[in-house]
Design a binder for this molecule. Sequence first.
Ligand SMILES: [Fe+2]
Ligand SMILES: [Fe+2]
Length: 407
Amino acid sequence: MNEKMKKRILFVDDEPMVLNGLQRTLRKMRREWEMMFTSSGKEALEILDANLMDVIVTDLKMPEMDGIQLLTEIKKCHPHVVRIILSGHVKHDMTLQSLQIAHQSLAKPCDAEILKQTLAKLFALKDILSDDSIKKIISQIESLPSMPAIYTQIIEEMQSEDPSIKKVAEIIARDVSMTAKILQVVNSVFFGLSRKISSTQQAVMLLGLETIKSLVLSVKIFAEFSRKKFSWFNIDELFNHSMSVSCYTQAIVKNEKMDRDLISPSLMAGLLHDLGKLILATNFQKPYRQVLTEAHDSGHNLWDLEYETFGTSHAEIGAYLMGLWNLENPIIEAIAFHHCPAKSMARNMGLLTAVHVGDALDREEHQAANQEPELQFDIEYLDNLRVADRIPEWRQVCRELYERNAA
Ligand SMILES: [Fe+2]
Ligand SMILES: [Fe+2]
């Protein structure tokens, strides 16, 4: 492999045994990765100042400068380096703090295979989305947001030996504004529940942990958006659109009798498919505002105008962040290609198809009456999958949902 194309990874751990172990197990990767190893945070920063690195994998508990201090510094001075924690037994509060500063964390001792897979997945994603335009845009973003702590707490609980609905409900209930928003969404017509839900515990029980997990992540991301600072951006419209797409995506997955395992990711993918718009709005205020105005006035595709201005679109940007947060690959793929599914490697009906169709149908629903109706689907892609003739049925299914919600 060309030296320039090699990924550069820096490992930091104060225990020589751990470093040696890593060095030994990852030796096979030398052709693809350029790896550096150091035993102190201070040295790690010196290495980063002198070398371009893609990823840092660090221990938490180290003398002098610990992992949190190190990653905080890196987030500030080298925001584009992907931050991974590889830690042993750490106190709970330290884990929580670390989750806000790292893109991912792995438990030590970490199976070399898992580390390899995690890194390989991160790099594959970077490759899918790494044409220079997105790199350029991402590099202008001051610091990519870390995964919300409340979401990681829920995941931790779900991955524990004996996950408890009560504990997950308690985690959510600690955040008052989150609770209010979750109850509002759960009680909205979208979920079609016959009785009013008044507590997080009821909500978790009725909707299940997977659904609640997706809702918490999306609600948190939307809640962190500052309405005051970006009053020109219609966040409520985007949230409603995302909710609709999420419902339509799920309806299509069920209607087509796709794998049942896709039902839960379809909620997440629908809710987050346009998340890149929030990143563009908050980081590129002036040009993005112009792009939105132009799209609105001209009726041109928003993403075409985004490509013209930024060389990439909200789809790739959102997918990039979700990749860093280690969401499942089908979700990342669905977000990355939701406007242009033909660009993906996927050749079967799947989550991407459902999100693409759900998004197209909702945009069709909201087309201004005075504009020429424009076909929102990638017909060639649907034709290749031999499902283009199913559009009228999907339209019907989603319209029924829409009318029920609007009633
Ligand atoms: Fe979109
Ligand atoms: Fe959309």
